[in-house]
Design a protein around this ligand. Structure first.
Ligand code: BGC
Length: 425
């Protein structure tokens, strides 16, 4: 029982698929790709808490150690091939598509806007609409214009005002064709990876700067959400939050206190401060961490190529625990790196069955957008982790639909179009 007009589709992000960008990431990639290739295996081993093993490393060793893996370059050349990709999405039963606008293309210099970039995104939206696909537009998915990174990016106290000016420009130009806006993608992952653990540019490691950046991102969300609502009062505004489900494997005071603290730091801190200026909650969900006292408990489940455990039921428990915000939920990302497509199909079907259970119990879930439509550039890990419903050969750029994409299509065909509106939670 999925509600009528449920949004079925997939997500992408500009820097991961477009190719040909010039932003803080491209500069960082060019300066660091040799080092990333040399240190990748150590870095991946350090993440073994997620279940990353020597088997995973062996399968991808050559690519992991190849410096060109870490250069986004032409990526999937989606900037030029978006029509072909949208046609494929349509053939796979999608009626919604999440993509992001590359800020560095739209505002290459401070206050100087490139009309041809906006025209490009207008064409993308037009193409989606002409195929009956609802565009869900992210305004920022981690990359910064070079000029903005030079003045400190979101570390700077001026960042909320600067970001909101860019948002104002985009919404003035595209607002009449867009219903769903996502202001920011995962402020917690970005601030944590760039300013606390130092994996993303600018590779800082400071609790204070992490916190300052996170606060500026929260302010940027609030301010830009107000701008969108002012210009397009009927628009639906959300933020994509990276939600980790924290669970205890034993009932004792220490474990449950630690779970509460972790949940507050990772989830509630951001959500409590942003949901007031959201019409919907964008849920990006990949992880469940289980604790036994202060130790991370091993989870017996299949793992993705990145060693992440694949537990279909966690989407249900995540949705349930987010009911306290009383917001409709759109799953804006959920998926796995699975080059050989061993687990993806089953993982999608079973996760959607759990999602259906949440809806049947009255939760207001409006859409499921799988991560990702295409194999893409996986940030500091480069191209080897393959998340796509559609495989992309990064040499020839040939697209090949994976079997799991048809499994998803079958699920959509069997479940789309029920008219009963579920009771709200
Ligand atoms: C990010 C994506 C990324 C995905 C898989 C999410 O946290 O939004 O850009 O590719 O995780 O790692």
């Amino acid at each position: 029982m999925f509600p009528k007009n449920f949004l079925w589709g997939a997500s992408t992000a500009a820097h991961q698929v477009e190719g040909g960008n010039t932003n803080d990431w491209t500069i960082w990639e060019q300066a660091n790709n040799q080092r990333l290739a040399g240190t990748a295996i150590d870095r991946l081993r350090r993440q073994s808490g997620y279940g990353f093993s020597d088997d995973h490393i062996n399968q991808f060793r050559e690519e992991i150690k190849n410096p060109t893996n870490y250069l986004s370059g032409v990526a999937c050349d989606h900037y030029h091939r978006f029509k072909e990709d949208i046609e494929l999405a349509k053939s796979l039963g999608h009626n919604a598509h999440r993509f992001s606008i590359e800020w560095s293309r739209v505002e290459p210099e401070p206050g100087v806007y490139d009309e041809s970039a906006i025209d490009h995104y207008r064409d993308v939206i037009k193409e989606l609409r002409s195929r009956g696909i609802e565009p869900i537009v992210t305004l920022w998915h981690w990359t910064l214009p070079v000029w903005f990174s030079k003045i400190g990016g979101f570390e700077s106290k001026d960042s909320p005002a600067i970001f909101s000016k860019y948002v104002e420009y985009v919404v003035r130009r595209l607002g009449k064709d867009v219903k769903y806006w996502i202001t920011l993608n995962e402020p917690n992952v970005y601030a944590g990876s760039a300013y606390f653990v130092g994996l993303f540019p600018p590779e800082k490691r400071s609790l204070y700067i992490f916190w300052k950046t996170l606060r500026n991102l929260i302010k940027s969300h609030r301010l830009s959400s107000g701008v969108i609502k002012h210009l397009s009062p009927d628009a639906q505004v959300g933020m994509a939050h990276h939600y980790i489900l924290f669970q205890a494997t034993r009932r004792d005071l220490i474990t449950s206190m630690l779970i509460r603290i972790a949940d507050f730091v990772w989830n509630s801190y951001v959500l409590n401060r942003t949901m007031g200026s959201c019409d919907f909650l964008g849920l990006n969900h990949y992880f469940c961490l289980r604790f036994n006292l202060w130790r991370q408990a091993k989870i017996a489940a299949p793992t993705s190529d990145l060693g992440w455990t694949l537990l279909p039921e966690t989407i249900y428990y995540s949705i349930k625990s987010l009911q306290k915000y009383h917001k409709p939920i759109i799953i804006t990302e959920h998926g796995c790196a699975d080059d050989r497509d061993k687990h993806r199909g089953t993982f999608i079907t079973e996760s959607l069955q759990w999602l259906e259970k949440a809806i049947n119990e009255g939760c207001d879930v409006r859409g499921y957008l799988h991560w990702s439509l295409l194999d893409n550039f996986e940030w500091d890990k480069g191209f080897w982790p393959r998340f796509g419903l559609i495989a992309v050969d990064h040499k020839s750029l040939r697209r090949t639909v994976r079997l799991s994409a048809y499994t998803y299509l079958k699920f959509i065909q069997q479940h789309d179009g029920y008219t009963k509106t579920p009771d709200r939670c």
